[in-house]
Each structure stands twice: as C-alpha cells, then as structure tokens.
Ligand binder design. Structure first.
Ligand code: 3IO
Length: 350
C-alpha cells in the first residue's frame, strides 16, 4: 500500500514538472505585458466538406490562425477538410449533435431550410463575393432568423456570382437549352428557368460526374477551374453574373456556451471581419484562377450579351416569387428583406 502511494506521488510530481516545463516553453515567446492565461486551452474541432485547397477551407485555416493568435492560444482549433469529419449533407445536424464543434454549412444545398438567408441567393446581379458575403452577414445581424437559432453562427460568406463552365461553348442563352449542367440551390433553379437540364450534387461529387460525362459543365464561381481542376474538362466559361452560393459557419450551442467570455468576445469581433475577408479573397482568387486557366488550359471566356442577361433575369422572375412566398410563410417581411439586400449590395459593392 505504502509503495503504491509513493509511486503515485512520484508520478504526480513528475507530471507536474513536465507540465510546468511545457508551459514555460510555450510562454518564452510572449511579451511580459500579456495577461497570464489558463494552462489548458479549449480545443475545438472544425469540419468542412470540400478539399483542403478550396476557398471554404482556405477561409477555415485563416479563421483558425486568427482565433489562435487573438486568444493567445487559449482556443486551439483542429480542422478537418475534405469531409473527413462531416460531409456537406450532414454538416448542420452533425454540429447540432456535437460530432464536430464547428462546421461549414453550404446553405445552398438545403432548399427550404433557410428562408431568410436565401434572399441573398436571389438573382439580383451581385458582381463580387465581397458584396454578397457582407450582405449575407448584415442580413443575419439585422434579422437574427429562427432558421439559425439552434446554433451559434461564427461567420457567414458567399461566393462571387455563378457563371457557366462547360465542355462546349455557350455564347447565347439559346445554347443553354437542354444542356446538362450542375447547379444547386438558387443557381440550380436559375438554370432550370433558362431551359438547362439541371443536375444537383455537392461540390465534392462534381469531379466524378464530369469525368464520367454525366454533365456538360457546371454553374458556380469560377475559381474551381483551378482549385477543383475543372479547367481540364471545361475549356469554356460564360460570364452571366448569376446567383451566388451561401455559407454559414456554425458552432454547437452548448460548446459555445461553455467558452470563456474573453474567447466569445474575440470570436464575435472576428465574425464580420471574416465575412469581408473571405468575400474579398474569393474575388481576387477567382480572377487569378481564370488567368491561370487561360494560360494553362487555353480557357476561352465569353460574356453573355446585355440583352441575354436581361432576358435571363426575366426568365428567372418566378424564382423570386417562390422565395417571397416561402419567406412570408416563415413569417418574414419578404419585401423589406429584398429591399435590404439590394441596398446592401449597393453599399458593399463600393
Ligand atoms: C464551392 C463549394 C465548395 C468548394 C469550392 C466552391 N466554389 C464555389 C462553391 C459554391 C458551392 O457551394 C457549390 O457547390 O458550387
């Protein structure tokens, strides 16, 4: 018995010494003016569905670095790109059930679930991810919708406008007729309205569908020409400033509640900054990716005529009508929400 106690004491002393060494080690780089922090950092898991080198995952790594720096290590984030922890379709549920602490939700993949946020998906002619992302965040802040009240929203962002990437040249609306194109959410319904044969699937399934010739192209922001290597299959792009795709980064509510107040403050300050950063990054990276695809794969870029663009908007009017009906059913002031979206689009596009 005595020996057991001695061994126990010895182990405890050893562990304490090791722990102290570890702490002083990690503290050597910090300035003496900083507050002492809790010895044990909070560790959070963050699930994401597309491959690591795509924009949703690049923004995840940037958020992680900002959080770790701004909390001086008190919050540590472990990221899981590529659907290794949760996939697109079970992201929201997985976070609510605690399989991951944080998850990146592609709201555009779940029609009907987000009646407020999807206002930003309406074909109002966003020309940048900067404006679409900041509009999405402003909308969330103003309305604090029921659709997201079971989780803590850490940030939101949206793509630059959807454009066509295709195996065949598409220079007019006429050429969209009957073409099998992949698009989800409002982008999918927009394609339907133009007479395309729309196929919906999450981004990670698109490479296989292109490879197997199941689709003739896709309709989303153009940086995937490079990041998902779609330029290998799609030598043509058609600029038409279609709808955007929308995302929310959400955290398990209980895990959020358990965070120290200082950490909560850091994350809340970061939220709108991250939305703006991601939108801007998406814009500049998309421009680079198109240039890359021109040089490396001879990508040809067409722009739809103004007449065809107007025509496309007219054809997709029913989409806006459907959204309004859904919004009203959800108890939202649909007209006021759309007016807000248009005003913010102006403001943030400056
Ligand atoms: C997207 C989703 C995952 C990775 C890269 C991406 N680029 C644009 C999107 C938007 C989207 O959700 C989609 O499926 O097109």
């Amino acid at each position: 018995m005595k020996r057991l106690i001695y061994t126990g004491l010895l182990l405890a002393t050893l562990l304490a010494a090791l722990f102290a060494a570890g702490c002083s080690d990690s503290n050597t780089n910090e300035s003496s003016t900083q507050q002492p922090r809790a010895a044990e950092p909070v560790r959070l898991t963050y699930a994401n569905f597309p491959p690591a080198f795509t924009v949703p995952c690049v923004q995840m790594e940037r958020w992680k670095e900002e959080v770790q720096t701004r909390t001086r290590g008190a919050v540590q984030v472990e990221t899981f790109p590529g659907g290794t922890l949760l996939k697109a379709k079970n992201m929201l549920r997985g976070v609510m059930e605690g399989q991951a602490d944080i998850g990146c939700v592609a709201m555009s993949y779940q029609p009907g679930v987000f009646p407020l946020s999807t206002a930003v998906e309406m074909p109002v002619g966003f020309t940048s991810g900067k404006a679409s992302s900041q509009t999405l965040w402003a909308l969330f802040e103003k309305y604090r919708p029921a659709e997201l009240e079971q989780v803590k929203v850490l940030t939101m962002f949206a793509t630059p406008p959807s454009n066509i990437m295709s195996r065949v040249p598409v220079q007019t609306l006429e050429q969209v007729q009957g073409l099998e194109l992949r698009g989800n959410g409002a982008s999918g319904r927009f394609l339907d309205a133009l007479g395309a044969v729309t196929v919906s699937m999450p981004m990670p399934e698109v490479p296989d569908a292109l490879q197997k010739n199941m689709i003739q192209g896709l309709f989303t922001s153009l940086e995937v020409l490079q990041d998902m290597k779609f330029a290998e299959f799609c030598p043509y792009a058609t600029i038409m400033d279609g709808p955007v795709y929308i995302f929310a980064v959400v955290m398990n509510q209980d895990r959020w509640n358990a965070l120290p107040q200082e950490a909560k403050d850091v994350l809340d300050v970061l939220a709108p900054e991250q939305a703006a950063w991601t939108g801007q990054y998406w814009d500049s990276h998309t421009a680079e990716a198109v240039e890359w695809a021109r040089k490396e794969h001879g990508l040809q870029v067409f722009t739809l005529s103004d007449q065809d663009k107007t025509h496309a908007l007219e054809q997709s009017a029913a989409l806006v009508q459907d959204w309004k009906e859904r919004a009203v059913k959800a108890g939202l002031p649909a007209e006021a929400v759309l007016a807000d979206v248009l005003a913010w689009k102006q403001e943030f596009d400056q």
